[in-house]
Design a protein around this ligand. Structure first.
Ligand SMILES: [Fe+2]
Length: 206
């Protein structure tokens, strides 16, 4: 994978010049602390970050900005803790919070972590697509199958027929996204947890 990784790095420099700012890992963790992010959500976010980076590092297509991806993954639930009380749309308010802090590009990833703005996929996957998919593969803080994760979402959030319809739509779209990403990966969706564990990425299944 070394050669491919170098290709990523070369393209990263081009990307970087178009980006306002990307918070470091330490800044992301500080923001999570400042927003009072619950420990279980920090653990979930760290696992989404690991899955996102693992996928990105194995994608045949280059061009992803690894730092942007990493920050977007870590901050995707930045307003989720408070949303438990306020019932706000945490994808949208997370995007707004990050834009306010001077990180609009990271915000755009956060804003798309539940539903992508578009499922008309371009030639190469975007950082937002990878984070969106990674979040659908992490149940609490463990790597799960898409089915396991979506079944949990139905159980937890599918209180009304309207909500269940919306979740079914999300499930269908997420399956399309899975197919799209795994066309560019040399392993199958079910191999993800095992490969991450072998790689020392702590993808412990619950
Ligand atoms: Fe979320």
């Amino acid at each position: 994978m070394k050669t491919k990784f170098n290709v990523h790095k070369a393209k990263l420099n081009v990307h970087k010049s178009e980006i306002t700012a990307i918070p470091s890992d330490a800044q992301c963790r500080k923001m999570m602390a400042e927003t009072g992010t619950l420990q279980n959500m920090v653990a979930h976010s760290l696992q989404v970050q690991r899955v996102s980076l693992f996928i990105a590092d194995h994608l045949e297509a280059g061009g992803l900005n690894r730092e942007l991806l990493s920050a977007g993954a870590l901050l995707h639930d930045i307003t989720k803790t408070r949303s438990l009380v306020t019932k706000e749309d945490h994808a949208r308010t997370g995007e707004a919070l990050l834009a306010e802090k001077g990180y609009p590009e990271v915000g755009r990833i956060v804003g798309q972590h539940v539903f992508l703005d578009s499922y008309l996929f371009g030639r190469e996957p975007s950082e937002a697509e990878v984070v969106n998919y990674a979040d659908k593969r992490v149940l609490h803080d463990s790597v799960a199958t898409l089915t396991e994760r979506m079944e949990y979402i139905v159980e937890r959030y599918g209180a009304s027929p309207e909500r269940r319809d919306l979740i079914q739509l999300l499930w269908d779209r997420s399956l399309e996204l899975e197919l799209r990403l795994f066309k560019l990966l040399s392993f199958a969706p079910d191999d993800l947890a095992r490969l991450m564990e072998e790689n020392g990425d702590a993808a412990i299944r619950g």
